[in-house]
Design a protein around this ligand. Structure first.
Ligand code: ADP
Length: 476
């Protein structure tokens, strides 16, 4: 299979070719993909700009029907799309099929939202005047997406963009061209006018940059690393581009001494290691109160010993490979940093040999101090840190002692501490007796501090980013 870009209603081969790797079997790539250059990216933005005025005035029922059809097809083909995702990104087949389903549900949610674009009508302070507040599309939306949710994240950006009448240029991450192509292929048959949706495959530094620098781009939604996000933020600010960013996390899961131990262990193992720890909401800091610390660590070690790492298509596997060689190198560097900083390795720490050559890494747990690198920096792999807390107040202070603020969790049977944590955690999303990862598709997603910038994504709150407000005054 050779995956292509989609520009102005045409499939475009591109000027060079990249390999679409299979992180579970490096000898059997998923396929190849055509790489477009800056000039073709510019054509995609021009096409989106040309299509924007008519699409912005399109009938909301037409948009709803198209989004609903896209969602229905994704859900009907979730097994096949999930298999492609598992092959290309490496999460288990169960997780992948779940993600495909969620992507379909998101399109269906925004199909409904296309028909419910909110507005207000108020009395004016001047006699005989009416005031109306309406929402209009922003125009051309650039979407730069990461590889870790290659169906769901594009869905939660593309669906609201189209629902609210914007046109789109979507640039996926380099290592997941197959999932991007699959989404584009479904969208290409859904009845959108030419130029409304475009997808460009290529490197961030080339295609991503050409997208961001294009004068006809009206807004940019980005999910990815802090480094890239910070650079894009600067560029966006310099030219007054509307921008929304979701970046890293270093999410705390607090386990109090009164917690149900089984629940605490399941929340920690799921949140830290499932999806190979490659979720921005992963519980990478397990902050455990003294009274339960040793019992908790022992039970997590026992639980991890039962976890099978391997090929994500094998139904008995719990954790698939790390998605790329670059990410594996990062994970291994942080494991070295864990040792160098004086952390105590509690589990894993080494690569796992499987029948095929792939980027398999054991779930890895360190006992650390709050100033160790693996307690502070986002790793984005199956590597978690345990921190010991004297009491609830100390645990809360540790939880908030980070530059990030995406998600935070607490496992406790105390209503008092659960309520206090919900109010005091400096995060955008808070979980009580649940893993920090795993969110609903119909409610806002996003964080505070260094994790996010701009309006929230998903649910009805997506309207903030994908529309601009107009205030109209009318006198008879
Ligand atoms: P990761 O390290 O997880 O790959 P990145 O932030 O590098 O995270 O990538 C997230 C997305 O941003 C990808 O689609 C990538 O191609 C894109 N990207 C990377 N660098 C740039 C850049 N300089 N300009 C625009 N997009 C970029």
């Amino acid at each position: 299979m050779r995956f292509q870009s989609y520009i102005n209603g045409q499939w475009v081969v591109g000027s060079s070719e990249g390999v679409d790797e299979n992180p579970s079997d490096l000898a059997a790539p998923v396929g190849a993909y055509g790489i477009v250059d800056a000039a073709l990216t510019s054509q995609a933005v021009d096409a989106a700009a040309a299509a924007a005025p008519a699409w912005g005035l399109s009938n909301p029922q037409q948009r709803a029907d198209i989004l609903d059809a896209i969602g229905s097809e994704i859900i009907a083909r979730r097994d096949e799309l999930g298999r492609l995702l598992a092959l290309e990104e490496g999460k288990t087949l169960g997780e992948s099929i779940g993600e495909a389903t969620r992507a379909g549900q998101i399109f269906k949610f925004f199909a409904g939202e296309a028909l419910r674009i909110p507005g207000e009508r108020l009395a004016s302070t001047r006699p005989g005047v009416d005031v109306e507040i309406t929402r209009e599309p922003v125009g051309v939306v650039g979407i730069i997406a990461p590889w870790n949710f290659p169906l769901a994240i594009p869905a939660w950006k593309i669906a609201p963009a189209l629902a609210y009448g914007n046109t789109v240029v979507f640039k996926p991450a380099e290592i997941v061209p197959g999932c991007a192509w699959a989404i584009a292929e479904i969208i290409s048959r859904a009845g959108l006018p030419e130029g409304v949706f475009n997808m460009v495959l290529g490197a961030g530094r080339v295609v991503g940059q050409a997208l961001v620098e294009h004068p006809k781009l009206d807004a940019l939604t980005f999910t990815g690393s802090v480094g890239t996000g910070t650079a894009l933020h600067r560029q966006a600010a310099a030219r007054g581009l509307k921008i929304q960013m979701e970046m890293g996390g270093k999410n705390p899961l607090v386990v109090l001494a009164d917690a149900d131990l089984d629940k605490a262990v399941e929340c920690a193992v799921n949140g830290a290691f499932f999806s190979t720890g490659q979720r921005c909401t992963a519980s990478s800091r397990l902050i455990v109160e003294d009274g339960i610390h040793d019992a908790f660590v022992k039970r997590v070690q026992e639980r991890l010993a039962q976890i099978k790492v391997g090929n994500p298509l094998d139904a008995s596997v719990h954790i698939g490979p790390v998605a790329s060689k670059a990410q594996l190198d990062t994970d291994l560097a942080y494991i070295r940093a864990g040792h160098e900083d004086g952390g105590q390795l509690l589990f894993g720490g080494e690569q796992v040999q499987c029948a095929t050559e792939g980027h398999f890494l054991a779930p890895t747990l360190f006992a650390v101090e709050a100033d160790h690198r693996i307690a502070r920096e986002e790793i984005f792999g199956p590597v978690a840190a345990v921190l010991r807390a004297r009491d609830y107040e100390h645990a809360l202070a540790l939880a908030n002692d980070t530059e990030f603020g995406l998600c935070g969790g607490i496992v406790t049977t105390s209503l008092k501490y659960a309520t206090h944590f919900k109010r005091s955690a400096q995060v955008g999303m808070v979980m009580v007796n649940l893993p920090t990862a795993g969110v609903d598709p119909h409610v806002p997603f996003g964080g505070r501090k260094g994790s996010s910038y701009g309006p929230r994504e998903q649910g009805r709150y997506a309207v903030e980013f994908y529309t601009t407000v107009k205030t109209a005054y009318t006198a008879a």
